[in-house]
Ligand binder design. Structure first.
Ligand code: 3H9
Length: 696
């Protein structure tokens, strides 16, 4: 890593070029180098204007996230921004790429901002549970008004260069490179042919009434947020108006220090880094992925059509295969509907839709996939059905084609064994709805070839998904932990909690919906079928809660049936609590001789987390997942685990491994097989380590 700020001086202009690949993050090294270069420019009597620019693909995309939680080296980013803002010589910032977070704050400290077309600017700190802590909450509202500044800071979303110019966030969008434009402007200024905007001018423009109204509106729009950052951002914007300037900066600094130390901010940083880490596969570093252009998708249901749409969007040619003309027409219609919605929302132009549609073909036999580079099977979740498809694919697919199954539970090795080329077979577990869910579990079989795994990762990235590698077991990473979650919840249900209490406890903990609400939405018959499939191999000594089976037997199959754990009068979206379900549960308890006991929300939350983290520890021990952060990522992206809690393994770290293991030992007295703590707990505790220490 270079971490340089090179300086070139000529004709009264000092050009400082920041260089810290890949995204010019403003880590301590780069900050120090920039401070030194700035000092040199200020000291040099020949320099009258300073141009600040960045090498590589982007202007700084922010502070260095990896430094948070550690003591930052000097100079701090606020000090650096103050030095730029206080510069006796005008500083022109030449922006390109992603101008984010601390990077935008550095630009805000400059006197002038020029951007290239394609530049994006934003303050995404709120997504990391923090706030712009290098002057952003103070300078941005003065520049573009409190309402718009709050909009940017509370959403965390970037805006394009043209919009930034409209708002006054950049002074001009210039063709032909922003650095060259900055140099032209500097020369014109030195020749007396151009003026530069005055910072004092911005202060005079402030309308205190509009400012306070914007603050009040933002505060009332907050509702009851689970995270503190948005409220603190609003406080800082208010302080920017009400306090003297230096006190406003100090106020912001103190709020930043508070937030960056919270467990929520630590969890959100963990989630950000986990996403990037998941792509790192050391054993594949030198493996070349296979080329993928033509893809066959077997099955045109919700899943198959969603996958086909994603592939078309990434430029692939797709052949959708169904068993007959009617099913094929329905599958193609689903893709068309996805396209229509994307056009209506402005995410796809009508021309792009035409181009994508032209790359889509339909067929009713697998023979049409003879030329495919990759086939993704998304047929009915049944091993015999899938094995039959793979045996036929083995006959028709060209040598070297990748054969992927979208199974969510089944044994990928057994499916691969239906072919004579198990090295080409892999699992690609997508999630519904495919357009919205960013996760793909890449399930690697015992014989899957390295370049097939590398191809899966490359394809996931191409279609905008995050790939997480998993080994073969029942349910891989996500569904296996989900099963543990539901089992813990079912034990509590039988012991005395109502499904409604359990759902409320998990929603209060941060999940968007509780386990029984989710079951109702998905349809109870899906998990019922799976339980029946596994019934023959179930250990009769293990505790088995049959309440879900009883509901299915009573025709309560979930929302689609108008009743499940909840009642859905006239197919309402939100269910209502149903005394009949409570009676059914009470009868089941009685039949088993269980006397209902009091269960608190805290106990529900504790047990569910302990069960998930313990299953995660087993998954690590068995090598199904390579790192704890991969497990966390699967649960965050695929299962609604609250991002600000970082996933079950980070949440376990934060709760304390010793305390959690003790709980598991206590619970194991009730049901040994399910609750017995994995050996990994003890190993970590003995060595004073956490799950997070296993990530790198
Ligand atoms: C902040 O600025 C706080 C201040 O207000 C106050 C301070 C006092 N730091 O995502 P990619 C790494 S908070 C460290 O794969 P892309 C990333 O880990 C910050 N590292 O590329 C990866 O590393 P590796 C506000 C960072 O093209 C590599 O760069 N800023 C940072 O898909 C490539 O990243 C943000 O929140 C960072 N800030 O997307 C922006 N950013 O190669 C966060 C990236 O080892 N960054 N890395 O795997 C992003 O949103 C995306 O990275 C970006 C590029 C859109 C820039």
């Amino acid at each position: 890593m270079t971490e340089e700020a090179g300086i070139a001086i000529g004709d009264g202009i000092a050009t400082i070029t920041l260089d810290n690949p890949p995204v010019n993050a403003l880590g301590a090294g780069l900050r120090g180098a920039l401070m030194t270069a700035l000092g040199a420019a200020l000291h040099d009597p020949g320099v009258q204007v300073i141009v600040l620019t960045a090498a590589g693909r982007t202007w700084p995309a922010g502070a260095d996230i990896r430094e948070f939680g550690r003591s930052p080296g000097a100079p701090s980013l606020p000090e650096l921004c103050q030095a730029v803002a206080g510069s006796a010589k005008p500083v022109i910032a030449a922006l390109h790429g992603m101008v984010l977070g601390g990077g935008l704050e550095l630009a805000l400290a400059a006197r002038v901002r020029l951007a290239e077309p394609g530049t994006e600017l934003g303050l995404p700190e709120v997504t990391l549970g923090i706030l712009p802590g290098a002057g952003g909450t103070q300078r941005l509202p003065r520049l573009i008004g409190a309402k718009r500044a709050l909009g940017l800071m509370l959403s965390g979303l970037p805006i394009g260069a043209a919009r930034a110019e409209e708002l006054g966030l950049v002074d001009a969008v210039t063709e032909g490179g922003s650095a060259a434009a900055a140099e032209r402007l500097a020369r014109a200024y030195l020749a007396g042919e151009a003026e530069l905007p005055e910072v004092e001018e911005q202060r005079r423009r402030v309308d205190p009434r509009a400012w306070l109204l914007a603050v009040a509106a933002a505060r009332s729009g907050l509702g009851d947020p689970q995270l503190p950052a948005p409220g603190r951002i609003i406080d800082c914007v208010e302080a920017a108006l009400l306090l003297p300037e230096d006190e406003g900066f100090a106020f912001e600094r103190a709020a930043f220090e508070d937030l960056v130390a919270t467990s929520e901010a630590a969890a959100l940083r963990h989630a950000f880094l986990a996403e990037r880490r998941a792509a790192k596969q050391p054993d594949l570093a030198h493996v070349k992925p296979r080329e993928i252009h033509n893809v066959g998708v077997v099955g045109g249901g919700l899943m198959g059509a969603g996958i086909a749409t994603a592939l078309l969007g990434a430029g692939c040619s797709v052949t959708l295969v169904e068993r007959d003309g009617e099913a094929l027409a329905a599958g193609l219609a689903r893709v068309a509907t996805h396209h229509e919605r994307a056009v209506a929302k402005g995410r796809l132009s009508p021309e792009a839709r035409e181009a994508e549609w032209a790359r889509l073909a339909g067929a009713t036999g697998l023979a049409a996939l003879a030329g495919s580079d990759l086939v993704i099977e998304a047929a009915y979740e049944d091993e015999a059905v899938k094995a039959g498809i793979f045996a036929e694919l083995d006959r028709v697919a060209r040598p070297g084609a990748i054969l992927a199954t979208n199974t969510s539970y089944l044994d990928v090795n057994r499916i691969a064994a239906a072919t004579a080329r198990p090295g080409d077979v892999i699992g690609l577990h997508f999630f519904l709805p495919v357009q919205a869910m960013r996760l793909v579990e890449v399930v690697v079989g015992a014989e899957t070839a390295p370049d097939v795994i590398a191809s899966a990762f490359a394809l996931a990235r191409r279609i905008g998904k995050v790939a997480v590698r998993a080994g073969v077991c029942d349910g891989f990473i996500g569904n296996r932990i989900l099963t543990a979650y539901r089992t813990a919840a079912d034990f509590l249900l039988e012991d005395g909690a109502s499904p409604y209490e359990i759902d409320r406890a998990m929603v209060a903990w941060g999940f968007p919906a509780g386990p029984y609400q989710v079951l109702d939405m998905a349809g109870l018959d899906i998990s019922w079928a799976r339980r029946r499939r596994l019934a023959a191999t179930r250990d009769p000594a293990r505790r088995y809660v049959a309440i879900g089976d009883r509901l299915c037997e009573a025709g309560r199959l979930g929302r689609k049936a108008g009743k499940g754990y909840y009642l859905y009068p006239e197919r309402a979206w939100q269910g209502v609590e149903d005394p009949d379900v409570l009676a059914l549960i009470a009868a089941e308890r009685e039949a088993r001789g269980i006397v209902a006991r009091e269960v608190t929300a805290a106990e529900i939350q504790d047990r569910v987390l302990a069960a998930m983290a313990n299953e995660g520890a087993r998954i690590l021990e068995e090598g199904i997942a390579a790192r704890p952060s991969d497990i966390d990522l699967v649960m965050l992206l695929g299962y609604g685990f609250p991002r600000w809690r970082g996933g079950p393994m980070l949440a376990a770290d934060q709760a304390g491994l010793l305390a959690l293991r003790k709980r598991l030992v206590d619970y194991a007295r009730e049901e040994e097989a399910f609750w017995r703590p994995a050996a990994l707990w003890e190993e970590l505790i003995k060595n004073g380590r956490k799950f997070a220490d296993l990530n790198d």
